[in-house]
Design a protein around this ligand. Structure first.
Ligand SMILES: [Zn+2]
Ligand SMILES: [Zn+2]
Length: 427
């Protein structure tokens, strides 16, 4: 009996050739744009101690309560596959004392995150993010700058119809009275809330603002607004963020009910939405998280940053964007063992000269080899037969025009390299 085939885990996807080129392109644009804004790449591990996320994200959040991939490793240590990147980046920042190295305050990282959410279209349990973070800078200039960097990146990907939503979440000082007023309001409309929010209303009323259930959204339309509670410091900070964005010609909409899903956000919060299939979808979002570094046990330094969901980003790419221009490819069709050995060597030499070259490994007939070359979409085929080899020659065939000519084996690598690396190689 044949063994049953093993499939991947639900919510964990393979990215196949044909699709992966878009990912590579998005990543390369991210590296280029964010470096030009002075952000340096940091790579942090996928697995961390569970307490990092409990402290860094907040115990009473959905992520920590029900979505983390947490398990005991073989030493009995409780570990978690990172559900987001910021806590890890902050942990690394503290651990390596980067705060005393002023050249390393602006960082970005790209990689997979893991959340055990109910699988639904466009939401995966392993998903990918680009995270950009700046530490130790209090001034609202940096808030405006990270938003501008995000917009520049999305613009470079030619994603159209972008909208910036902006809010201020205040600070612990002004959030306390807001929280009390919100709790009071929610108590009065408790019967209209979903079951989760009935519970959140008591444990963490701000979480209710994050609820996606339509009936809860309706209830929130009449809720008090954080912007009305901002202390002088927070109000001035927020005003300056807006002024700097205007200086950069960035249009934005104030969105008083936008909150970020995580506990540690203060002051500036933002989302960038893009139109897709008629609906507005957040492609990236972030804000300021001044208390996080201290909460994780580091110095009391502010932070501001954002995360971009790569799956959604790739979905938003226009037709043909990021697919790259087809590479010029050469196929060596070889007949007979001697020709195969000569051809095999030539293929490796061409590859070392940055020419994409391919050959047949199965000893197929010339006809089958030509069919394979055709399927690969190659521009040129070199035919190496025993006759040609004996005379020190090969046949070079242009696939598009079907023209062919006999060329000497001597200097063939240079000839092919020149032909295939030139933009218009029809020499
Ligand atoms: Zn405040
Ligand atoms: Zn709700």
């Amino acid at each position: 009996m044949a063994a049953t085939s093993i499939t991947g885990i639900k919510g964990f996807n393979d990215i196949l050739p044909g699709e992966v080129e878009k990912w590579q392109w998005v990543e390369s644009v991210a590296r280029r744009i964010f470096s030009s804004f002075g952000f340096q790449e940091i790579r942090v591990p996928i697995l961390e101690k569970t307490e990092l996320f409990a402290r860094g994200i907040g115990e009473a959040t959905d992520i920590v309560e029900k979505e983390m991939y947490t398990f005991e490793d073989r030493n009995g240590q409780l570990v978690t596959m990172r559900p987001e990147a910021t806590a890890s980046v902050v942990r690394a920042f503290i651990e390596h004392g980067l705060h005393v190295r002023p050249t390393m305050r602006k960082l970005y990282t790209i990689g997979p995150m893991f959340r055990h959410e109910r699988p639904q279209k466009g939401r995966y349990r392993q998903f990918h993010q680009i995270n950009v973070e700046a530490f130790g800078i209090e001034d609202p200039l940096i808030d405006a700058e990270v938003i501008y960097a995000l917009l520049t990146f999305l613009g470079e990907l030619r994603i159209a119809d972008l909208q910036v939503h902006l809010n201020s979440l205040g600070c612990p000082l002004c959030r306390a009275p807001f929280r009390a007023r919100l709790a009071e309001y929610l108590a009065g409309v408790s019967h209209l809330l979903c079951d989760d929010c009935k519970r959140r209303r008591v444990t963490n009323p701000l979480r209710v603002m994050d609820c996606k259930v339509p009936s809860c959204r309706d209830v929130l339309a009449g809720a008090p607004k954080m912007l009305d509670f901002l202390c002088d410091d927070c109000r001035e900070h927020f005003q300056r963020v807006q002024d700097y964005l205007k200086d950069l010609q960035v249009a934005f909409t104030l969105d008083p009910y936008m909150v970020r899903g995580l506990d540690y956000y203060v002051k500036t919060a933002f989302e960038v939405l893009a139109r897709h299939l008629g609906a507005q979808n957040a492609v990236g979002g972030g804000g300021r998280y001044d208390g996080l570094m201290k909460a994780i046990g580091g110095p009391d330094l502010p932070g501001v940053g954002f995360a971009i969901g790569m799956e959604r980003l790739i979905m938003l790419l226009g037709e043909g964007v990021g697919e790259g221009t087809p590479m010029r490819l050469c196929f060596l069709a070889c007949l007979g063992e001697e020709a195969r050995r000569r051809g095999f060597r030539l293929v490796q030499e061409l590859r070392r000269s940055q020419v994409l070259a391919e050959m047949d490994y199965e000893g197929a007939s010339l006809k089958a080899q030509m069919r394979k070359a055709d399927r690969l979409g190659v521009t040129h085929v070199v035919i190496l037969g025993e006759d040609e080899l004996a005379r020190g020659k090969a046949i070079l065939r242009w696939m598009e025009t079907k023209a062919q000519e006999e060329i000497p084996l001597e200097g063939i690598r240079e000839r092919l390299t020149a032909l295939l690396r030139k933009p218009d190689g029809e020499a």
